[in-house]
Design a protein around this ligand. Structure first.
Ligand code: ATP
Ligand code: SF4
Ligand code: MG
Length: 330
């Protein structure tokens, strides 16, 4: 079997805060094959962005990273800054929640796309212009030629996200990390952007990590799902297997929190009661215990490891796994 494109082993991220050391990512192991999609799902603050930044080696300056991030045969933690920069520009791309993070407000869309193409693919100006138009058309931008002369503020939020995706795709990356790329957009545009990512991913045989707080987003779109809670991966399985029979009470709670299609827009989500633990005060036992309806004294005394029982590729960290859950089609 070909080795995975990405393997992360024992990755932890610690951040100094006035309240003490905050362990944002806690010993995470994951791997991803070329051309496959991994969904990372969890509530706000569970460490999804820190984990993606650990993969990209784009952590805040004060952050302490440990573990190994092997990408395409190289350990990114050991790589020199210049090699990393080159790798991020070509093979490892990212789309953030707010497209303005990656777009430059004072440069036209054409300049930004063409500069990227000229620098990394060494195209001349006419070739870069032609490729830019093709890329904008591929991400569903009408009249792409006219768009080249516009600035980001002249485009809608959905258009800006499409442009950020076009720039991310421009160098034909091997892995695209999409960190909540649709959270700021309305529901119809969200679906369009997610479908666009899925289509481009298949067409390019690109691997993708899609990060979201909404388990519904990864159903049918990811090959495998990793559920994160309080910095750890607490359940991991091929997507259809997870939806058929989830084992972690937290995953079950996330499933119940999926916004239903028939719900009116802006209806508050049926929140999972309680709050995640303070990440500067790690709990002795299972981090979900204070909110878990199945918790016992054992859960408060010891931390469950991520292991598999019956199926080798279905992992979960729970002492009292749910036997059967009412699944949804994935
Ligand atoms: N620059 C920072 N300095 C200190 N702590 C931070 C910093 N950025 C994030 N954190 C903390 O790290 C933890 C993980 O944050 P992270 O942004 O990775 O969560 P997330 O799962 O991406 O949440 P969201 O869904 O809101 O984007 C949180 O407790 C957060 O408060
Ligand atoms: S280990 Fe215990 S507290 Fe944690 S999720 Fe499982 S049942 Fe709930
Ligand atoms: Mg985030």
């Amino acid at each position: 079997m070909t080795p995975p494109l990405l393997t992360i082993t024992d990755v932890a991220v610690e951040l100094p805060t006035p309240r003490g050391i905050l362990r944002a990512v806690d010993d995470v192991d994951l791997s991803l094959q070329a051309g496959r999609t991994l969904g990372i799902v969890g509530e706000s603050g569970c460490g999804k962005t820190m984990l993606s930044r650990a993969i990209l080696q784009l952590l805040p300056k004060k952050a302490k990273l440990s573990g190994r991030v092997m990408f395409d045969g190289q350990d990114l933690v050991q790589l020199a800054p210049e090699s990393l920069r080159r790798l991020r520009a070509r093979d490892l791309a990212v789309v953030f929640q707010d497209p303005m993070t990656s777009l430059n407000p004072v440069l036209t869309i054409g300049t930004q796309l063409m500069e990227t193409l000229q620098e990394h693919l060494e195209l001349d100006t006419p070739a870069a212009r032609k490729r830019s138009i093709e890329l904008l058309a591929a991400v569903g931008i009408p009249a792409p030629e006219q768009r080249l002369a516009q600035y980001p503020h002249q485009c809608s939020g959905g258009m800006r996200q499409r442009i950020a995706i076009a720039i991310a795709l421009s160098c034909e990356p091997k892995l695209l990390i999409a960190d909540e790329p649709t959270t700021a957009l309305d529901v119809t545009i969200q679906a369009q952007i997610l479908d666009l990512l899925a289509r481009e991913q298949r067409r390019r045989h690109m691997a993708m990590i899609i990060i979201t707080h909404d388990l519904g987003v990864v159903a049918g779109r990811a090959d495998e799902v990793a559920v994160m809670y309080a910095g750890r991966v607490v359940e991991r399985a091929p997507t259809p297997m997870l939806f058929k029979r989830m084992h972690m009470p937290y995953t079950e709670a996330l499933l119940a929190a999926i916004p239903k299609l028939e719900t009116a827009p802006h209806t508050p989500l049926p929140a999972i009661s309680g709050r995640p633990p303070d990440p500067t005060r790690p709990l002795k036992g299972c981090s979900f215990a204070p909110r878990c309806r199945y918790a016992t004294s054992r859960c408060r005394e010891a931390k469950p490891e991520l292991t598999s029982a019956e199926m080798a590729d279905h992992l979960y960290a729970c002492f009292h796994p749910i036997k059967m859950a009412e699944g949804i089609g994935a």
